[in-house]
Design a protein around this ligand. Structure first.
Ligand code: SAM
Ligand code: SF4
Length: 392
């Protein structure tokens, strides 16, 4: 791909990210509430790709040319796309915005749909990082999670990723039914042996309206108690720190310098455009921050784009208070925390000093030497409560 190098210094200027949502999967996992859909009759991929190109054009007309510092193909299962589709979408992003030299371009892949030839095609299209949904290294667990791959197949997919991409990451889900500390320790250590620079480790969440939510409500799915979940979390932190993969975000671990630059854009409150069904964006217009959202249902999104050039259904200017609270909510997920001065600049008031003092006394937050506010190691398992306490 010929990159239109609109701004060679883009990585040093505030980043601008593009999220591309591919909403289709081979089957629906029982724990998943992402905007993902199964289409047994197949998907008219070429028609969807044309709609992505159109939506990219409209979105770029709005923002003007920007040096895109990262692109993330998420899903759903983007690894079901043909490399030529990924190429066409990246070409459209480059044509209408401009992809900066050295941009991080990630594609999320499901081990059930990993083939070396396709991965080579993604690389030729410009993808330079993949994120694989391994989920577990235990076949019985994978079955219970509704996955279509075995542990061997997942590790083979990691091997393919390793042989083709310089940067790769994979996801595991822990705090699963009947999981013991000893079993997780062995599984995580084995996973680290296969990892390179980055790992995403998510605690199983029972999301409303998923199959797991129904089983849980019916008493047919037992998840670890709060105490065990806490111990599993602590164990995860020790093992990863020991292996040189500390958490830089509550669920994301990396060797220093190997963090996912795209996801940092969300957590640091920078700008990003979202394209595709159900994609969210945050754009800055002057001093205002605008939240955008597109139609979630793939075929409705397609028809909207074909009729109007965009699938956008939400275009809402956030109030200064909402902008500041979002910065707090996202930024406190990071080990580096947030800048209280930026919060003040965004909404004209300080983060409640009395609440900060109480949380500090409880050991849940701390102020760093350079004045940042961050959640402590012992505060992280209580992150939702800490954020709820600090947000206005
Ligand atoms: C969009 S999905 C993954 C990409 C790809 N479709 C796959 O499944 O391999 C992103 C990740 O979120 C995590 N995830 C999804 N639902 C979850 C849940 N209910 N609890 C914990 N982690 C979850 C999984 O680890 C998953 O890999
Ligand atoms: S976890 Fe991944 S493969 Fe499973 S339904 Fe969700 S997006 Fe699709």
């Amino acid at each position: 791909m010929l990159l239109n190098m609109v701004n060679m210094t883009a990585i040093a200027t505030p980043p601008f990210a593009v999220y591309v949502h591919w909403p289709f999967c081979l089957s629906k996992c029982p724990y998943c509430d992402f905007n993902s859909h199964v289409r047994h009759g197949g998907v008219d991929e070429a028609r969807f790709v044309r709609a992505f190109e159109r939506e990219i054009m409209s979105s770029a007309e709005r923002t003007g040319a920007r040096a895109v510092s990262s692109v993330f193909f998420g899903g759903g299962t983007p690894s079901l796309m043909q490399p030529s589709s990924v190429q066409a979408i990246l070409d459209a992003i480059d044509k209408h915005w401009g992809i900066a030299a050295g941009a991080e371009i990630t594609l999320e892949a499901n081990p059930s749909s990993v083939e070396a030839t396709r991965f080579r095609g993604y690389r030729a299209a410009g993808v330079n990082r993949v994120s694989l949904g391994v989920q577990s290294l235990d076949d019985a667990v994978l079955k219970e999670l509704g996955r279509l791959h075995t542990a061997r197949e997942a590790l083979d997919a990691v091997g393919v990723a390793r042989s083709i991409f310089e940067r790769y990451s994979f996801d595991l889900i822990y705090a699963r039914p009947r999981q013991t500390l000893a079993a997780w320790e062995a599984e995580l250590k084995r996973a680290i042996g296969e990892a390179a620079e980055h790992l995403s480790l998510y605690q199983l969440t029972i999301e409303p309206e998923t199959q797991f939510a129904g089983l849980y409500a019916a008493g047919k799915l037992a998840i670890p108690s709060e105490d065990l979940a806490r111990d599993l979390y602590d164990l995860t932190q020790w093992i990863c720190v020991d292996a040189g993969l500390p958490a830089y975000e509550i669920s994301n671990h990396a060797r220093p310098g190997a963090e996912c630059r795209h996801n940092l854009v969300y957590w640091r409150g920078h700008e990003y455009a979202g394209v595709g069904p159900g994609a969210h964006g945050r754009l800055n217009t002057g001093l205002q921050r605008v939240a955008t959202e597109t139609e979630k249902r793939p075929e409705s999104w397609l028809m909207r784009v074909e009729a109007t050039g965009t699938g956008q259904t939400v275009n809402e200017t956030l109030t200064p208070g909402e902008t500041a609270d979002e910065y707090l909510l996202m930024g406190l997920r990071l080990a580096e925390g947030i800048e209280p001065a930026r919060y003040l600049a965004l909404c004209g008031r300080e983060i409640n000093p009395r609440r900060v003092a109480i949380l500090h006394e409880e050991g849940a937050v701390e102020i760093t030497a350079d004045g940042r506010l961050r959640v402590t190691q012992s505060g992280f398992p209580l992150l939702d409560a800490v954020v709820a306490d600090l947000a206005a």
